[in-house]
Design a protein around this ligand. Sequence first.
Ligand SMILES: [Zn+2]
Length: 119
Amino acid sequence: MTTIQELVKKSCATYVNGECALLGSECPLISGTEYRGKKIPASDFNCNYFEQYVLPLDKTLESVYYGKETVRVMTVNKNCKGCGEAFKSVSNRAVYCGDICRKSARKKSHRKYNHKRSK
Ligand SMILES: [Zn+2]
């Protein structure tokens, strides 16, 4: 599998002779960078240009890259309001395990609403 660094060297249009043409310095995705005197490792740096134009060229790397992002987000253990199954969610507001339960719950409440109105 290609690494982010390899992809930058191979495919990034702003990467010229080890430097980022946009930043006028070494590519932070390869050598890391400094922000207000604080060192930022290459793995923690997000480059908008890279994410938009370079990363989509490598689908495997893209999914790993974004997979890595979701791992960093705290997951919450919940029980689905629809089927009662335990599920993991990255959102505090999620109450259903997936689209199926969400949709069927919506249908149920819709039916109730119609029933009341027909009386
Ligand atoms: Zn469910």
